[in-house]
Design a protein around this ligand. Structure first.
Ligand code: ASP
Length: 434
């Protein structure tokens, strides 16, 4: 049995966090592969090493004096090493890196040093072998992962040592130059390693005890979800719940490897399990998430119900402007096309003009729409959820502008005025989620 264990930046921000990580890893011999992000924020005002490295790169590129930024990076690493008396000579590696700094240094290479140095420190601290991600995750020149080669590399590395620390967030092109993943990409590194080694679990340790059932900035103390399916997670993430990097699920889902989200600061809490199928039926609604800033194009035409092809003509207008469509709620002689404001803001009047011309219909715009997804695998084939939703919203005087339900009955989407967004989330949490 083998567990891939990934720690995010907040779990690696200082010596105290390193100590917690060591305890977690060494408390379970199955935790054989450890993936590290770069030193994160120690408190709200602090800056992540990754961000400092991006800033350092910008200073170098534009020939701005960079000594202060460099000192901040240098001192953070040296501080952890000194506080824990780690035998790895990080000063030597930092001095080598300093000598490499110049105007043309690759941004991907420089930024990847955050994960690289953090992982070397961690490996020495917990007595694991360090394996560089550039020798594992290999990309083609088009940026696509070479899955076969990556799997071969990972299996080979694991056959040589069964206790390894791997830096997250990067890999390499065929010429060995570094390729960064997108921000938060260490989650993906962990997922890929878990897939290559067919791990029994992929553990992802952060600073929250799992996925919360609602946005804690709006709903007070929402509970953490015990179990959630990959499909539910996708719905919640798509609607704005920021949990894992969005590419994380795909590699492990293929082999049905569960992801366990855990809290480094509360290691006894079992956190959230994400898997293909869940058995927990304690909640009918798993969670809610939402986003403001949607626009609805409302289209009316007498006798529309008899006109074949009008929907296709409308969608062609959106396709022409390369606008992705979120929802199409419809009536008898009307339908609406809901899109994200960010995608149409500058061209909305052109879209209206085209729609009017192509459809010979009345078209109005309703801006400032918020959408909220109520997600739950246990909602399917159960009655009464909508009644509770409408009762709760009615009690708060919230007007529902749009309502859709996916055919799998996994989610119900509600559209309300953006000014009612926060009130709606709270009302829904209290009535159907808690
Ligand atoms: N350190 C990188 C970031 O801040 C990658 C990661 O944490 O996953 O985005």
């Amino acid at each position: 049995m083998l567990v891939v264990t990934k720690f995010g930046g907040s779990s690696l921000s200082c010596a105290t966090q390193f100590e917690k990580v060591k305890n977690i890893v060494l408390s379970d011999p199955k935790r054989k592969i450890v993936v590290c992000s770069a030193l994160g924020k120690r408190d709200k005002e602090d800056t992540k090493i990754t961000d400092l490295l991006y800033i350092l790169h910008a200073h170098l590129k534009f020939s701005v004096p960079y000594q202060d930024i460099w000192d901040m990076i240098y001192n953070r690493f040296l501080g952890v090493q000194a506080d824990l008396n780690i035998s790895y000579d990080i000063k030597k590696d930092l001095d080598l890196l300093k000598a490499e700094l110049n105007k043309t240094i690759s941004q991907d290479y420089l930024v990847s040093r955050g994960e690289y140095l953090t992982s070397k420190l961690m490996a020495a601290y917990i007595g694991y072998d360090f394996v560089d991600a550039k020798d594992l995750l290999r990309f083609n020149y088009d940026g696509k992962l070479d899955s076969e080669l990556t799997e071969k590399n990972v299996k080979l590395a694991f056959s040589k040592s069964q206790k390894i620390v791997v830096p997250g967030f990067y890999g390499a092109y065929p010429n060995n130059s570094i390729r960064l993943l997108s921000r938060g990409g260490s989650d993906v590194t962990g997922s890929l390693l878990a897939k290559c080694l067919n791990a029994s679990v992929y553990e992802n340790w952060t600073d929250v005890s799992g996925i919360l059932a609602a946005d804690p900035r709006i709903v007070k103390n929402p509970h953490a979800i015990k179990e959630i399916t990959y499909a539910e997670l996708r719905e919640l993430s798509y609607m704005g719940a920021s949990v894992l990097h969005e590419e994380t699920v795909f590699p492990v889902q293929e082999l049905n490897i569960p992801i366990n989200l855990r809290n480094t600061n509360e290691p006894d809490n079992p956190g959230t399990m994400i898997r293909n199928e869940c058995t927990d039926e304690s909640h009918i609604v798993t969670g809610i998430a939402g986003k403001k800033d949607f626009i609805s194009f409302n289209i009316y035409k007498d006798h529309m119900s008899n006109q074949v092809g009008i929907l296709r003509n409308a969608l062609e207008v959106f396709a022409k402007y390369n606008i992705s469509v979120e929802h199409i709620p419809s009536g008898i002689d009307s339908f609406s096309v809901v899109v994200s404001s960010a995608n149409v803001d500058k061209i909305k009047y052109e879209v209206v003009t085209d729609l009017k011309r192509e459809l010979d219909a009345d078209v109005t715009i309703e801006a400032d729409l918020a959408l909220i997804a109520i997600v739950g695998r246990n909602m399917a084939k159960r009655s009464g959820i909508c009644a509770r939703i409408f009762q709760a919203l009615g009690n708060e005087g919230i007007n529902v502008k749009l309502l859709t339900q996916g055919s799998s009955e996994l989610n119900i989407i509600i559209g309300v005025s953006a000014s009612d967004y926060e009130k709606t989330l709270v009302a829904l949490y209290e009535s159907v989620v808690r």
